[in-house]
Design a protein around this ligand. Structure first.
Ligand code: PXG
Ligand code: PLP
Length: 447
């Protein structure tokens, strides 16, 4: 450990050695020179190593929808680990996985009631893409192998996910799958700046799928995957009518539509899933994060009955899908998930964002006119606030906003010069005001 990364104050704080942990998606050397360490979390607040309370404006990383430190989840996990820590799901089973899948199926959009368990959003995405390929193959259309994503899309970090993903930094150093294609993104600052909820312009961008059909032939395309609201790229709600149009074109050509609801799932938009908010039902839906309130790693892929039944057929003794994870349906993850669904139901959290959204919308749009703010976007309990990039230093203002907000008592996400807010669904209107208030004050102090 060198002296730069361990200033004297660190000893008083009883800081760990920071060298060995190679941090994900982080500027490691910069972080380790000036670390921001969290030591506790309860409700809407984190506690830092120097004892400060930090309002969680990001639900951790878009996952702690019911707020932190829920004893019901901790107790369920603890009990399960003592009762039966692990059980295989390959050719064996245990009750909780079946119970949890049944409960998830009850919440699911119409017909998406066959559930495949994974351990993360990235695994959910790769699983969904493989299910799409298996579906076409089972139906005698094995030549449908192209997978279509969208510019600015984030679908995790597996090779499948980065192939359909559309964020260049996540792709440029790596191989991507042959046959991955991209629709144009829907972001249009010139026409849609400061839209409240869905932007009015851009439904016709769904017709970009017609371009890919004309270019490659529909019979080569297996699936289209999109986030109903792009999250990581900076909260981009879909233009009015866009998702409907995409659904129609997919249906017309027999292309499966996959909604990646890793962020939008479990109440973020005011209904259990975004597809229910938009009235558009995909063939497959990927989830993770809020499925266990972020308290235990887990993901779940919801497959339409038609998709499942096309694959799960043939000789009764044959494995239908050669895919799965050691921890698919992990007992402790299922226990965490069942406890989480109990909290969501008892506290009405899967629809609470619908009640909070108008106040939140008013608060974030009041940032219009603040220093550097060039766009504000919102839907449900998510918002994106764009700062004008500093000349020659794109991303610097976003990072400074993040740092200064943390000093001022709020955890906010940033990507480039976009601030993203996605507070836990338990927040009160006053707490949302406070969070946005901190953002407003912080941007004024940035050069
Ligand atoms: N799909 C979507 C739509 C996501 O948002 C993933 C897949 C991958 O999930 P896992 O569990 O493998 O990370 C995600 C994850 C951010 C941020 O700050 C977003 C995610 C993860 C980490 C940071 O925008 N989204
Ligand atoms: N690598 C090896 C050598 C393995 O044996 C396994 C699983 O058995 C894996 C990777 C995949 O691990 P997981 O099932 O946890 O994704």
């Amino acid at each position: 450990m060198n002296d730069v990364s361990k200033p004297a104050a660190a000893d008083r704080l009883n800081r760990p050695d920071l060298d060995a942990f190679w941090m994900p998606f982080t500027a490691n050397r910069q972080f380790k020179a000036e670390p921001r360490l969290l030591v506790g979390a309860k409700g809407l607040y984190y506690r830092t190593e120097d004892g400060r309370e930090i309002i969680d404006g990001a639900s951790g990383l878009w996952c702690v929808n019911a707020g932190h430190g829920r004893p019901e989840i901790a107790e369920a996990v603890g009990r399960q680990l003592v009762e039966m820590d692990y059980a295989p799901s390959f050719n064996m089973g245990h009750r909780l996985a079946f119970d949890f899948a049944s409960e998830l199926a009850k919440l699911a959009p119409e017909g998406l009631d066959r559930i495949f368990f994974t351990n993360s959003g990235s695994e959910s995405v790769d699983t969904a893409l493989k299910i799409a390929l298996a579906y076409h193959r089972a139906r005698g259309e094995g030549q449908r192998t192209r997978l279509v994503g969208r510019e600015k899309g984030y679908h995790g970090v597996g090779f499948g996910g980065i192939s359909v993903g559309g964020l260049v930094n996540n792709r440029r150093m790596f191989l991507t799958l042959h046959g991955a294609e991209h629709l144009v993104h829907t972001h249009d600052l010139a026409k849609n700046a400061f839209s409240k909820g869905l932007p009015s312009h851009g439904a016709e961008k769904a017709d970009d799928l017609e371009r890919l059909v004309a270019l490659h032939g529909a019979e080569t395309i297996a699936a289209v995957i999109v986030e109903p609201v792009a999250g990581s790229a900076g909260v981009l709600p879909p233009p009015v009518g866009y998702l409907q149009r995409l659904r129609e074109i997919c249906t017309k050509y027999g292309i499966l539509l996959i909604f990646d609801e890793v962020i939008t799932g479990f109440g973020r938009l005011g209904a259990p899933f975004a597809s229910q908010v938009f009235g558009v039902t995909p063939d497959i839906m990927t989830t993770a994060k809020g499925v266990t309130n972020g308290a235990f790693p887990m993901g779940a892929v919801f497959a339409g009955r038609h998709v499942h039944d096309a694959i799960v057929q043939g000789p009764a003794g044959a494995i239908e899908l050669f895919h799965g994870y050691t921890y698919s349906g992990h007992p402790a993850a299922c226990a965490a998930g069942l406890a989480t669904l109990g909290i969501y139901a008892r506290e009405g959290l899967l629809t609470r964002a619908a009640d909070l959204a108008p106040g939140f919308e008013a608060a974030v749009h009041a940032l219009k006119g603040r220093r550097h703010v060039i766009d504000v976007r919102n839907i449900g309990l998510m918002a994106g606030i764009d700062l004008a990039p500093r000349d020659g230093a794109p991303g610097a203002r976003g990072f400074e906003a993040h740092l200064k907000a943390f000093k001022a008592g709020a955890l906010i996400r940033y990507t480039g010069d976009t601030i993203a807010l996605s507070p836990p669904l338990i927040a009160t209107p006053q707490e949302l005001e406070r969070l946005v208030g901190i953002v407003g004050e912080v941007v004024e102090t940035i050069d």
